[in-house]
Design a protein. Structure first.
Length: 277
């Protein structure tokens, strides 16, 4: 199954950070549902994301506040759109009689917020060993780590009409523009992302709306091919959010080519996006 498929609710918010910076499970994820904490309307939009419980004593520090597995992260003060915040996190990699081996990470959280959904990206700068404070490793990786939101019920999707969703796309260092059109009569969608110099124009290929039935996400979405003018073929995935498919949120996965001459390996290049109609 593609990494772009809907992932379980247990996918940790900031998953790349929580699992040591190693190409974590990215994709659409939703542990959040319509509740008083995430109302269906509001000036600043989506208000909370939750860190799932785990057995690794996960800890997160952002804007001077500390969180652990199971805590909610209050994002109500952030405006809709893209925000970037420094963070630190740590988790126990393995346990032993002395309490275990704890790794720490630092970098930036990229948070793209809409009224009914949020896309989270993690840039990991450094990995360090809390048992050996003098050891630090440069990671320098970015991934879309979680997508959460108020999932549109399948019965609430429009039965007809063409709707164009517009919003932003973002990578580690750039922002671009998303335009995506859904023909609800034919139950198909297609679009493009422009303005990202490293990827060039990205075509999100025409594909059908499908029912996705995964742990943590039961809703409607689209998984299909993407084509970058500069990086070639890739994949994209999106879901519908809001009471009447008011928004889409998703990600694109491309690949930076390696350079055998300098022993540089190919790298994932991930882009998050969201749009409103």
């Amino acid at each position: 199954m593609s990494r772009l498929s809907i992932m379980p609710a247990a996918t940790i918010i900031f998953a790349l950070a929580a699992c040591g910076g190693g190409g974590g499970s990215s994709g659409l994820s939703s542990g959040a549902t319509p509740t008083p904490d995430n109302p269906s309307a509001g000036g600043n939009g989506y208000r909370y994301v939750q860190i799932p419980n785990d057995d690794n004593d996960y800890r997160l520090e952002i804007k001077g506040k500390s969180y652990r597995g199971g805590d909610k992260v209050d994002i109500s003060a952030y405006p809709q759109g893209l925000s970037v915040e420094p963070f630190k996190s740590s988790s126990i990699v393995y346990k032993d009689s002395n309490g275990g081996y704890r790794e720490s990470l630092d970098g930036n959280i990229h948070l793209y917020k809409q009224a009914y959904s949020v896309v989270l990206g993690s840039y990991i700068r450094n990995l360090s060993d809390q048992n050996n404070p003098t050891w630090t490793k440069l990671v320098d990786k970015f991934a879309i780590s979680s997508i959460q939101g108020e999932i549109t019920p399948s019965t609430a999707l429009p039965n007809s009409g063409n709707y164009t969703y517009k919003g932003q796309a973002f990578s580690q260092s750039e922002t671009g523009a998303l335009t995506y059109t859904v023909d609800f009569s034919r139950r198909r969608g297609q679009g493009s992302i422009t303005g990202l110099s490293e990827a060039g124009t990205i075509t999100l290929q025409n594909a059908p709306i499908v029912a996705i039935n995964e742990p943590g996400f039961k809703g409607m979405g689209i998984n299909s091919d993407a084509a970058s003018a500069k990086l070639g073929a890739g994949k994209y995935g999106l879901g519908f959010f809001g009471p009447k498919a008011n928004e889409i949120a998703g990600m694109v996965e491309l690949t930076r080519p390696g350079n055998p001459g300098s022993a540089t390996a190919a790298q994932d290049f991930e882009i998050g996006f969201g749009g409103k109609r």
